[in-house]
Design a protein around this ligand. Sequence first.
Ligand code: ZN
Length: 181
Amino acid sequence: MNIIKSKSFKRIFVITILTIVLSFELFQSGIYQNRVFAQNETKEKNMKFNVSKTDEEWKKILTPEQYEVLRLKGTERPFTGKYTTTTTDGVYNCAACGAKLFKSDSKFDSHCGWPSFYEAIDNGQITEIKDTTHGMVRTEVVCTNCGGHLGHVFEDGPKPTGLRYCINSISIELTKDTLKK
Ligand SMILES: [Zn+2]
C-alpha cells in the first residue's frame, strides 16, 4: 500500500513539476516577445521628429503606395522602383518631408533591386533603428526629420564606408537643382 502510494505520489510530483516548468517556459517566451516588441515600440514612440503628423494627415499627403512604405514600413518589390538604375546627378530628398538624404555621387549599382547608396548626405539626416521583424536582425533607416521609413542599411557596401543603404525608390524624390547648394 505504501509502495503504491509512493509511486502515485512520485508520478503526481513529476507531472506537477513538468506542468510548472512548461507553463513557466511558455510564460517566459510570451513575456520575452512582448518585452522586445514594447522596447522597440517605446523607443520609436519616444523619438521626436520635427515633422509630426497623424496617420490621417499622412494619408492626405502621401499616395497609398508611399504611405504603405513610409509610414507602415513596407518594402517595394525589387527592380520595380523608379530609381533602381538611375544615374542622374542630383540630390535625393525624403518623399514625405523633403529633407535631403543622399547625393547621387554616393549611389552605386548594388544589383540588389533597390537604389543603393554608400553614405547619407550628412550625418544625422538618417536615423537607424534595430529591426527584429521577419526573424532577422537588421538595421532600419528612417528620415530623422519625419520618421519616414526609407529602407535598411547593411555592412556589405563599397569603400569608403563599407555601407549599403538599401532604399525604397518610393521613399525618395530626386531633385536636380538642389545639388548646387
Ligand atoms: Zn522625411
